[in-house]
Write a protein that binds this ligand. Structure first.
Ligand SMILES: CC(C)(COP(=O)(O)OP(=O)(O)OC[C@H]1O[C@@H](n2cnc3c(N)ncnc32)[C@H](O)[C@@H]1OP(=O)(O)O)[C@@H](O)C(=O)NCCC(=O)NCCS
Length: 160
């Protein structure tokens, strides 16, 4: 059965993970645990409980804000002029060995669900993502994210 867990460097095999984007693999191997320990981002992995060391996918969440002027006209009408509080999914990737099997969809769903729960305690208007490539952008658009005006590789999904 698939499980979501907080990244634990003593349990999860970060070096066995590859998603095809070296920058994301490098982040997981070298920086994710450090950033998590410093409180800069929360890192979540999906594993199969039959092989609990093997990371099938991961995502990160942090607090963020966005200038309302970067959102659509319809969104701007609902928002104040000061920076709008948000969550940011800084990174998301699924293992090359499991791409095309629904792990990406699961990661997005888990991240949105976590943001909706956190939003009961801390105000946040939307979930932001930074797409590293056009392919990644297409993936997020598939899930209803909208590109920011003047910053087309940053996309947002209103949580309301
Ligand atoms: C992008 C990525 C996360 C997709 O993960 P995945 O595990 O292959 O995705 P899934 O199998 O869960 O696919 C879920 C859905 O997304 C769609 N999809 C997958 N990649 C897509 C893409 N690049 N563009 C549009 N849709 C895409 C699938 O067709 C599927 O659609 P469906 O549910 O309607 O059938 C994965 O390819 C990856 O990790 N790539 C390298 C890292 C990366 O680009 N990360 C993005 C953040 S910068």
């Amino acid at each position: 059965m698939l499980e979501e867990q907080r990244l634990d460097a003593s349990v999860h095999d970060r070096f066995g993970f590859s998603c095809g984007e070296p920058a994301l693999d490098d982040y997981l191997r070298k920086y994710a645990a450090q950033q998590s320990a410093k409180g800069l981002s929360a890192v979540f992995v999906v594993v199969d409980d039959a092989q609990p060391r093997q990371i099938l996918g991961f995502y990160t969440l942090s607090a963020a804000q966005v200038d309302a002027a970067l959102l659509s006209d319809a969104e701007q009408k609902k928002l104040p002029r000061y920076p709008v509080p948000c969550f940011r999914m800084g990174r998301l990737a699924s293992s090359l060995t499991h791409q095309g099997t629904g792990i990406g969809a699961l990661l997005v769903g888990l991240a949105v669900d976590r943001c909706l729960k956190a939003r009961a305690q801390v105000g946040a208007y939307a979930l932001l993502v930074d797409a590293k490539t056009e392919k990644a952008k297409a993936f997020y658009v598939h899930y209803g994210f909208t590109a920011c005006t003047d910053s087309p590789m940053t996309l947002y999904l209103p949580l309301g």
